[in-house]
Design a protein around this ligand. Structure first.
Ligand code: CTP
Ligand code: MG
Length: 231
């Protein structure tokens, strides 16, 4: 039986939030943003250990109390220059201190998606546990899509048929994920599935919903707060 582990990359600077404090620590519903994702993931009885990947110079983490997760959470201060590099460093660091098998599942979840629900998390694990490749939570694109020219004028309307927005968690077996991220060097990949796709594999899309939004811009915070307060 494969075990489930989670890895939370939290080594970004949050430049699009335009705040000095990296966004994973911005206050959200009375806690630092990353707390919410950690709570949902650490509460899952199926996930045996949760690794959080911080930037090497992070001096904010220790300003908060994480003791409620102490049985499950492991902090790795080995973030890299890109998300992919942070995930890869984290995978290597995790194996240095834990017995993780090649076939064990790793759920990679962004610290910047605080509204992940227990139902979505369980659905992902249920639907992929027997899968050959692995996959990710995602939502079919609902809006009409326009492609622009260089002066913000519509060049054309794109079909949204079969288009999905990728979310996290993204769930792959340890060895495949390390291999995929090492091969691509993580160069331009903004998610883990992209690296796996580059190996010629087809990750499975598991239907999620818009509540699992990523906080990217300042205005996303209020929406995330509303979702958390109503869930
Ligand atoms: N991340 C990381 N290491 C990096 C860059 C990003 O661990 N070098 C993490 C972020 O902390 C976040 C997740 O990857 O939890 C998703 O990235 P994103 O939303 O792009 O966050 P930032 O890179 O911090 O934000 P921005 O791109 O606006 O600077
Ligand atoms: Mg980024």
């Amino acid at each position: 039986m494969a075990n489930f582990f989670a890895l939370i990359p939290a080594a970004g600077a949050g430049s699009r939030m335009r705040d000095e404090l990296p966004k994973q620590y911005l206050p959200l519903a009375g806690k630092p943003m990353i707390y919410h994702a950690l709570r949902t993931i650490c509460s899952s009885l199926r996930i045996v250990r949760v690794f959080v990947v911080l930037a090497p110079g992070d001096d904010e983490w220790l300003r908060h109390d994480w003791s409620e997760f102490s049985g499950k959470l492991v902090v790795l201060q080995c973030g890299g220059a890109t998300r992919a590099q942070s995930v890869l460093n984290g995978l290597q660091g995790a194996r240095d201190i834990s017995a993780i098998g090649d076939g064990d599942w790793i759920l990679v979840h962004d610290a910047a998606r605080p509204c992940l629900g227990e139902t979505q998390l369980d659905k992902l694990m249920d639907e992929l546990a027997g899968d050959e490749v692995g996959g990710l939570l995602a939502v079919p694109v609902a809006d009409t899509l326009k492609r622009s020219d260089t002066s913000s004028r519509v060049a054309c309307t794109e079909s949204r048929e079969n288009l999905w927005q990728a979310q996290t968690p993204q769930m792959f077996r340890y060895r495949l994920l390390v291999e995929a991220l090492s091969m691509t060097g993580g160069a331009t990949m903004t998610d883990d599935a992209g690296a796996v796709e580059a190996l010629g594999l087809q990750p499975k899309l598991v239907l999620s919903d818009a509540r699992n939004l990523k906080v990217t811009y300042p205005q996303d915070l209020a929406l995330a707060e509303l979702i958390l307060r109503n869930s």
